[in-house]
Each structure stands twice: as C-alpha cells, then as structure tokens.
Design a protein around this ligand. Structure first.
Ligand code: RTP
Ligand code: MG
Length: 142
C-alpha cells in the first residue's frame, strides 16, 4: 500500500459542535499526519464541483445545502494506507450503521449531517487534494 495522501473534510455539523480537535486527534493517534489544513465556508459552486459525482442523485440538493451551511475544515492526511485508514476511522456513511468508536458513530447525527468526508480511492484523493490545495501548500514531513 505504501505512504498515501487523502483529503479529509470536517463538515459543518462537526465544526459547529466544536469537535475539530477531537477529530484531528483521532487522525494523529492512528498515525496519520496533517500536512495541510484550512478552514473555509464552501460556496455552492465549490460544493457542487466537489461532489460532482453525485449530481442528479436525489440527495444532491440536500448535500449541497448542508455542505454550504457553515464553515468546514479541509485537510490533507498522509501516512501508510492513509485512504483506507481514514475511511475506517470515519465509519459508515450512515452513522446508525457506523461501528462503535468511529468518528461518525461518535459525532454524526444523520446520513446528511455525518461529520466528516474522506476520499474513497487514489483517484479521488488526487482530484480532491488538488481541488483545495496547491502543491506548494502541502508540507513535507520528516
Ligand atoms: P463522503 O463522500 O461525504 O465522505 O461520504 P461517503 O463517501 O461515505 O458517501 P457518498 O456515497 O460519497 O455520499 C456523499 C454524501 O452524500 C450523502 N448521502 N446521502 N440519503 C442518501 O441515501 C445519501 N447517500 C449519500 C451523505 O451525507 C454522504 O456523506
Ligand atoms: Mg464519498
């Protein structure tokens, strides 16, 4: 698997709950390093572009409304098998189905307000990192 990079978002519900630090702590305890991070409020254009693969799905308008409802943090996580490791830390999309101890089980309210996003493949990680960060903003770590 090797060292990978993945794009993570702490979604508006989790930022509003003031658990950004607790979520970052889980990444760090799992051996993932934060190599870039920022807080921003997504425009509708950004949210629609980021989730373009879901355009036309019944939940798409609600997803865009939710993702633009307040500030988010976006971060790049780096580490051994980072893409799958982050998805495991996050838990299932629907928090009701998420395993105990996962971020979504502990912090998410519903399938719409589900606390975090994580890239689901190498291809999506590359696209999503480039969506938010210039290469010069990714900080090499020892
Ligand atoms: P994400 O992209 O946000 O990390 O979530 P995911 O991979 O676990 O789930 P995905 O299938 O990519 O869906 C993106 C977001 O759309 C909402 N969704 N709602 N009502 C539904 O059936 C439904 N399906 C997906 C969720 O908020 C999900 O995080
Ligand atoms: Mg997804």
């Amino acid at each position: 698997m090797g060292v990978e990079r993945t794009l993570s978002i702490v979604k508006p519900d989790a930022v509003a709950k003031n658990v950004v630090g607790e979520i970052y702590s889980r990444f760090e305890k799992a051996g993932l390093q934060i190599i870039a991070a920022k807080m921003l409020r997504l425009s509708r254009e950004q949210a629609e572009g980021f989730y373009a693969e879901h355009k036309g799905r019944p939940f798409f308008p609600a997803l865009v409304d939710f993702m633009t409802s307040g500030p988010v943090t976006v971060q790049v996580l780096e580490g051994e098998g980072a893409i799958l490791k982050n998805r495991e830390l996050m838990g299932a999309t629907n928090p009701k189905e998420a395993a105990a101890g996962t971020i979504r089980a502990d912090f998410a309210e519903s399938i719409d307000a589900n606390a975090v996003h994580g890239s689901d493949s190498e291809q999506s990680a590359a696209r999503e990192i480039a969506f938010f960060f210039a290469t010069s903003e990714l900080c090499e770590r020892a």
